[in-house]
Design a protein around this ligand. Structure first.
Ligand code: PEP
Ligand code: MN
Length: 443
């Protein structure tokens, strides 16, 4: 299968692309990226595809999480380690509760470009281009910083490489040791008032591990984990430059990440993002919001996975807590009835964003949980498998989403609001979510 021309993709009029002032500089950055080594291998993408096929069959659960928008400044050992740690902690709890493998995918090492609802941002009477992620322009609210700079695409590559290198070292170098991860969980349960609710399940995991130790079981899997990278494939220059024909199979892969997805705002059937991703062989996702009709979903599946390859396609639904119970059933029913192979994953974040009176963009922890509960209930009533969750989170104690056991209030948001885009669950809220989803999985 061939790779479509970049110019042909642009001719389709794709949404959410930067308007670069200097095309020559864009060509230079793209040329640089085309010769850069792959960040991931095609074979690794195939492994993930096999794992997602198990998710689609109901034999595994997907945990996908990380920042809404990574930043170049956020590429530090502490930041990457904290995110990874909370994801590993969540994964242990979910694995125990689900009794199936948990496929671990970070929104990490590439999540630098953002679609925006408006091209412009106005503050105190001053209007500038919107921030589109570090991949495109700067977050500072100045005219210079907001000019799209193609050199940033090369910075995305370098930042992703540094992040992925560290992640790979952590997950294979002892940091992901099951005993250690479990100890972090028991610390959370013991030390935080929020954690105490989850004493029982942590105790059960403790006994299971002690039993394994007693019988002398010490498999390799106790000491290392498989972890995968993912991001929204948004800026066509970058994703196209990172798409290469794999010499093993002679087919194209986007080697910028293991899993890439198409956002809610760029999933138009006849446009460039769907076209480009229809040509790559990675496992891919599509975000589906509440306006998605069953015919939209079927058409996307036909275009993106014409051979109905297991594990190739994940539908990430993001309806909102108030809409999922009414909106999701007919979508799942029709897609399922058509025999479409798909993993269903719940993004309980993007349908639940609102602006607090203080002006901060936020989400209520209860709405997030309610959407996941709705997702489980809908799938259970239809006999389909609630395949996983896709969340925006951080390993730090930020104050971006309200509620949760710490009862964060709107008035607290200013304390430590660090996201440059959407509000993320903090460390405690993320662990709480994992324990609550664990309870849903066990029912
Ligand atoms: C996101 O995942 O950050 C995002 C913008 O999501 P969506 O495309 O679902 O709005
Ligand atoms: Mn987001």
């Amino acid at each position: 299968m061939s790779i479509p021309d970049l110019a042909a993709l642009h001719a389709l009029g794709p949404a959410q692309q930067p308007t670069y002032p200097d095309r020559g500089a864009v060509d230079g950055a793209v040329a640089r990226l085309r010769t850069a080594p792959p960040l991931v291998f095609a074979g690794e993408c195939d492994d993930l595809k096999t794992k997602i096929a198990a998710v689609a069959r109901g034999e595994a659960f997907l945990l996908q999480g990380g920042d809404c928008a990574e930043t170049f400044a956020g590429v530090t050992a502490d930041n990457v380690r904290n995110k990874l740690r909370v994801l590993l902690q969540m994964a242990v709890v979910l694995t125990y509760a689900a009794s199936v493998p948990v496929v671990k995918v970070g929104r990490i090492a590439g999540q630098y470009a953002k679609p925006r609802s408006s091209d412009l941002e106005t503050r105190d009477g001053v209007t500038l281009p919107a921030y589109r992620g570090d991949a495109v322009n700067g977050f500072d609210f100045t005219p210079e910083s907001r000019v799209p700079d193609p050199q940033r695409l090369v910075d995305v590559y370098n930042s992703s490489a540094a992040t992925l290198n560290l992640v790979r070292a952590f997950v294979t170098g002892g940091y992901a040791d099951l005993r250690q991860v479990h100890t972090w969980n028991t610390d959370f349960v013991r030390e935080s008032p929020v954690g105490q609710r989850y004493e029982q399940i942590a105790g059960e995991i403790e006994r299971a591990l002690t039993f394994m130790q007693a019988i002398g079981a010490d498999p390799d899997e106790f000491h290392r984990v498989d972890f995968h990278s993912s991001h929204e494939a948004l800026v066509l220059e970058y994703e196209h430059a990172m798409t290469r024909v794999d010499s093993r199979t002679n087919t194209p892969y986007d080697v910028s990440g293991h899993f890439v997805w198409i956002g809610e705002r760029t999933r138009q059937l006849d446009n460039a993002h769907v076209e480009l991703l229809s040509h790559i062989r990675n496992p891919i996702g599509v975000k589906l919001g509440p306006t998605t009709t069953p015919d939209d979903a079927l058409a996307l599946a036909a275009k993106l996975n014409p051979e109905n390859e297991p594990g190739r396609l994940t539908f990430i639904t993001r309806f909102g807590a108030g809409k999922i119970r009414d909106g999701l059933p007919h979508l799942v029913e029709k897609v399922n009835a058509a025999g479409v192979e798909v993993a269903w994953v719940c993004d309980p974040m993007h349908g639940n964003t609102f602006e607090a009176s203080s002006g901060y963009k936020t989400r209520r922890f209860d709405d997030v949980i309610e959407e996941v509960q709705g997702f489980f209930d809908v799938h259970r009533s239809l006999g389909t498998w609630p395949g996983g969750v896709h969340v925006e989170l951080t390993g730090d104690d930020v104050t971006e989403c309200v509620g949760g056991g710490e009862e964060l209030l709107e008035a607290d948001l200013g304390g430590r609001y660090e996201s440059v885009c959407d509000p993320r669950l903090n460390r405690v809220q993320s662990l709480e979510l994992a324990f609550l989803v664990a309870e849903m999985l066990r029912k």
